[in-house]
Design a binder for this molecule. Structure first.
Ligand SMILES: [Fe+2]
Ligand SMILES: [Fe+2]
Length: 279
């Protein structure tokens, strides 16, 4: 009885209909016959020890914690190219919008201690893995589904209200859905949901969308410098940046994944933001 780490990874792929494990998701310490898991958005060395001490068969994190999920992370940025070309952005411009971000993340990944957390799990022989892109894709689909249901003449304020009202994780989180660029009364117009592409696209991806006729960009988080850059450039032009809240938004896909794992017989205990808006 119980599941292997491979089967637990496969469950995430099954939910989104993918064949291959994304570059940002990996098994650090494999295990079999797993019946209990500690599941959290961020689980590092401290939580690995907690999982070990409390007798959890598996520590299951969302954010990459080392190994190839850290060193090869920039592979998933290519998903962002697809999200842009789907909205009519030419491929070369989509690449250009991501080139700075790709450089920064590559340098960051190269300097990071990719062994820190995995090595602690190895020392304790504690099964440990992270699953990132697939749960985010579930969250992205929820946002797209809400955007597609909005009336043609809806305002961006109404969109924020619908997201925060209908999606339980957003409703119950301590963070709100925020408008970081634009006025609530602006037309919603065409919406680009940019999520499940590694990380947010910063000012450059939002700018590229705006320059190609998209009215509203949705990120789950954005840096303060990036938001002010966009406000300087686009304030008063009817463009909008909706930010749904990082942890609340990560919880959307993770909760669905946890439900699936429980239905396959893995008993999950949620911490570190996973489980917001879930019974
Ligand atoms: Fe995420
Ligand atoms: Fe995240």
């Amino acid at each position: 009885m119980g599941l292997s780490t491979e089967e637990i990874m496969q469950a995430s792929l099954d939910l989104v209909g993918w064949e291959e494990v994304p570059d940002d998701s990996t098994v650090y310490v494999p295990g079999e016959g797993l019946e209990t898991a500690l599941v959290g958005i961020d689980l590092g060395s401290a939580e690995i020890q907690l999982a070990h001490r409390e007798g959890f068969d598996l520590a299951l994190a969302h954010h990459p914690a080392g190994g190839t999920a850290r060193t090869a992370f920039t592979g998933v940025l290519d998903r962002g190219i697809e999200l842009m070309t789907d909205h009519g952005v030419p491929e070369n411009e989509a690449e250009a919008a991501l080139s700075d971000l790709r450089d920064r993340l590559e340098l960051g990944a190269h300097s990071a201690n990719y062994r820190h957390d995995p090595s602690i799990a190895e020392l304790l022989d504690q099964p440990y893995m992270n699953v990132h892109l697939a749960p985010d894709e579930l969250g992205r689909r929820r946002f797209v589904e809400v955007a597609e249901r909005m009336d043609d003449d809806a305002s961006v304020g109404e969109f924020c209200g619908t997201l925060g009202g209908e999606i339980r994780e957003l409703r119950e989180a301590e963070t709100d859905v925020e408008l970081r660029l634009g006025e609530a009364g602006n037309d919603l117009g065409e919406v680009a949901v940019y999520h499940a592409a590694g990380t947010n696209g910063g000012a450059s991806v939002a700018r590229t969308f705006f320059e190609h006729g998209i009215d509203t960009v949705l990120y789950i988080h954005v840096g303060p410098g990036e938001a002010s850059e966009l406000r300087e450039e686009f304030e008063g032009e009817g463009k909008n940046l909706v930010v749904t809240g990082h942890i609340a938004s990560d919880a959307i896909g993770l909760n669905e994944y946890v439900d699936e794992l429980e239905s396959r017989g893995l008993s999950c205990t949620t911490v570190s933001g996973c489980g917001i808006g879930r019974d």
